[in-house]
Design a protein around this ligand. Sequence first.
Ligand code: ADP
Ligand code: UVW
Ligand code: MG
Length: 362
Amino acid sequence: MRVLTLNPGSSSLKAALVVDGTPVGWWASSPTDADEGSAAAQALAQWPTVDAVAIRFVHGGSRSGPMRVDTRALDALERLSSLAPLHQPQAIALARAVFRLRPGLPVIAAFDTAFHADLPRKSSQYALPREWTRQGRLRRYGFHGLSCRHAARRTAELLGVQTPQLLCCHLGAGVSVTAIRGGRSVDTSMGFTPLEGPAMATRSGSVDPGLLLHVMRTVPMSADDMEHTLYHHSGLAGMTGTNGDLRAVLTLEAAGDPDAVIAMEVYLHRIRREIGAMAMSLDRLDAVVFTGGVAEYQPELLGRLVENLSVLGIEVDPARCLGDGDRVISPEDTPVTVFALGTGEDVELALEAETALDEVQV
Ligand SMILES: Nc1ncnc2c1ncn2[C@@H]1O[C@H](COP(=O)(O)OP(=O)(O)O)[C@@H](O)[C@H]1O
Ligand SMILES: CC(=O)OP(=O)(O)O
Ligand SMILES: [Mg+2]
């Protein structure tokens, strides 16, 4: 099957043609380069002969698998936009553009949240009044699920173990750490929205809600202004005055910029802390996977990241970090195998499309 995959991330829009599970062509653009309509048109002009288009939707609510979408389904998914404002509107716009450009071509929505749909209750539930949580909507959903699914699949293949226990550290513009056992997510750092967890490129990550209440009362500030600050002007961007791209922050850090120096310390510390926390949901740690744009393009950072993690048996060989492609980066004879893996969201999107279309035909 020939599947066009469209992946609107928070700092990029990635397109790929995947033929029978193998990506054969791809490109990435920054979201400011083009609107979703012209990006979809560009991809369909480049790869006109496709059986389906698979689009990454980060928020699928309670949906546990992919689905073929029509206008009505899109309206329902659009209602989740405020829960993922950097992603969901873009995915909706891409799907509508494909409907317009190629009526009748199947469009499959594949959800980040689906991989976490069975999170154990102790991981998914917030300690909030039961009147709030009873309906099961105000809970932790988890994101980067396509990336996690791919990391689990590749780790099993590379280790030759059917269901390894692993941590998937997705380091892109969004950052998350997920504990996976039995092929399932058992805890994850992102929550009700993709704001929770470590500090990210432009997102704050977890902040004491008491601080936010204090600022809203004292500034004062509307919920929309607060949302804008937490999603667009926090994280590495907020701490350094850059756009949050790690390349810019590392350049400033190397030049001795004090804000960039502390921002990198915070960034790395918060990821390490999350790795430690997620390890508590496993009873053994077979592997740690680093993936996402940062792991792919700034792999030298992984050596710095795992400093202080030897308490968990996690070590990397700096020379191995600098290689290319899917690889082991831990030294020989260490208890935990550490991998740097390509982000296989495009492969997973295509698989999800095949699954959804098979189900429709049954
Ligand atoms: N072509 C590139 N060259 C160098 N670094 C890159 C490149 N593309 C992405 N990165 C790194 O990856 C980060 C973005 O990760 P990515 O997974 O692509 O983000 P997202 O999917 O959230 O848009 C950037 O901040 C940068 O550190
Ligand atoms: C969920 C999320 O943050 O995705 P990305 O890293 O692609 O922005
Ligand atoms: Mg991404």
